[in-house]
Design a protein around this ligand. Structure first.
Ligand code: UGA
Length: 457
């Protein structure tokens, strides 16, 4: 195995930065994690991981000796061999990704680099086409103005980690994409990732190596293609989900079962079984943002992406369709008690961004329904985020369902799937179940007289 690097500095201790930093430290590289949020850095120094991710607290405490947390970016890059930019690129009102934090990081990196320093600046944030070039020009300009001679190499290195699976996806990726035409940058990233590319590390407790998984490929390409690999991958996955949701609607009309259709389709290795689960639609901090950002990039070049655009439309229609089905079952929504289970955009995360459950709750409230909301991890988070929503934040599923007219499962938390659904639905006033994730025992409930509705079956 290749030797560890002298120092890796990661800028941004958000989701991507923190998980990447913890893994790189675990692989043996000394890691400096920089964030401008003082409270966040203090929390991290005190061993509080600030984001909810399975396994992260353990990995951070295991790698304490390898890791430094600081707000001082300029000092943090001074001895770095590799500098990873992992700051946020939130959407602007028009859907573009806001890259100001990336440019700010580039500016401060250049202010911190020393004469004679050799390093690779890696952009890991999800960024619009041309941002890597922009980072280079900002750094060049500042170095020139300072009269500092540093040898800086550049690479784009997008990430493909899923929330709730971040450590697993970082340790066991399908591929590592490096966009750079600079052999020096490529060499450094190869060294950085050798333990992952060759799978030579001992798996951390609770994160076993998956069976029969081929070694990840390092795909080296130009920076612009690497930037696009990231957006196109997320857009494609969103299209795939919207596609199966579209088919699910047809299944409801013709009496087919979308899970069976997806199973049959997924056996074709050209199609693949992943991301064919019909449901309430996609949400989260990535798909909605990246689908819009890709369209914004295309628009800049006078080009349109009708398939990507349609994926967004189908996603919105899917949520509207959920409401229509509840309305059909209950006839009148106004004044009805509707329990909504699951507020995070998917299980295994506390992230509420672009959450289908929260969107549906707001639409239900607008139609006059009374909502009882539940989530196993994000109840207080949601309450804090939406203090003005007039609804019951219920601390237990029993409380949410007792006397309710309908229940909507928006997020398939494992905690929900093992409940006694016969008993729970018997406590309801009317036993209407809209299973937005096709995760509940449909047959059992139907046989007991529950008006069970799945998605596409
Ligand atoms: C996604 C990608 O999967 C990652 O590869 C990528 O790195 C990440 O975005 C990112 O850009 O940072 P994530 O947003 O964490 O990861 O969540 P996913 O597991 O992909 O789920 C996204 C949404 O699609 C969720 O709302 C989920 O419920 C929904 N989904 C997913 C379905 O409705 N059906 C499926 O079959 C799969």
């Amino acid at each position: 195995p290749a030797a560890p690097l002298a120092q890796v500095t990661i800028i941004g201790s958000g989701y991507v930065g923190l998980n990447t930093g913890a893994v790189l430290a675990y692989l043996g590289h000394p890691v400096v994690m920089v964030d401008r949020d003082e409270q966040r850095v203090r929390d991290l120094q005190a061993g509080q991981p600030v984001i909810f991710e399975v396994g992260l607290p353990d990995l951070l405490s295991q790698t304490r000796a390898q890791t430094t947390f600081t707000t001082d970016l300029r000092a943090g890059v001074r001895d770095a061999q590799v500098i990873v930019i992992a700051v946020g690129t939130p959407p602007t009102a028009s859907g573009d990704a806001d890259t100001r934090a990336v440019e700010q990081a580039a500016q401060e990196i250049a202010e911190g680099l020393q004469d004679g320093q050799r390093c690779v600046v890696v952009v890991k944030s999800t960024v619009p086409i041309g941002t890597n070039r922009r980072v280079k020009s900002v750094i060049d300009r500042v170095l020139h103005a300072r009269g500092v001679q540093a040898q800086v190499h550049y690479a784009s290195n997008p990430e493909f980690l899923r929330e709730g699976m971040a450590l697993h996806d970082t340790l066991y990726p399908d591929r590592v994409v490096v966009g750079s035409d600079d052999p020096e940058a490529l060499r450094a990233l190869q060294q950085l990732y050798t333990p992952i590319l060759e799978q030579t590390f001992t798996p951390p407790p609770g994160l076993p190596r998956p069976d029969h998984k081929p070694l990840p490929t390092l795909m080296s390409t130009d920076a612009t293609s690497a930037e696009l690999v990231k957006y196109a991958s997320n857009a494609f996955l969103a299209v795939k989900i919207s596609f199966i949701n579209e088919v699910a609607g047809l299944c409801e009309k013709v009496g087919a079962d979308v899970s069976e259709v997806a199973r049959g389709m997924g056996m074709d290795i050209r199609i693949g079984a992943g991301f064919l689960q019909a449901g309430v639609g996609w949400g989260g901090s990535c798909f909605p943002k990246d689908v819009l950002a890709l369209q914004a990039v295309a628009a800049e070049y006078g080009y349109t992406l009708p398939i990507v655009q349609a994926a967004g439309e189908v996603n919105r229609r899917q949520r509207a369709h959920m409401l229509e089905r509840l309305q059909d079952a209950l006839k009148v929504l106004r004044g009805r008690q509707v329990a909504v289970l699951g507020l995070t955009f998917k299980p295994g995360t506390s992230d509420l961004r672009e959450s289908p459950g929260l969107d549906l709750i707001q639409q239900l409230l607008r139609r006059g329904a009374h909502v009882r909301a539940h989530d196993p991890v994000a109840l207080s988070g949601a309450q804090a985020l939406y203090p003005d929503l007039d609804l019951d934040w219920t601390p237990s599923v029993e409380a949410a369902l007792s006397g309710a007219d309908a229940v909507l499962l928006a997020t398939a938390w494992p905690e929900y799937l093992h409940l006694d659904w016969l008993d729970l639905t018997r406590r309801m006033r009317t036993r209407v179940v809209l299973d937005g994730r096709n995760a509940l025992p449909a047959e059992l409930l139907r046989q007991d007289g529950v008006a069970y509705m799945g998605v596409g079956r």
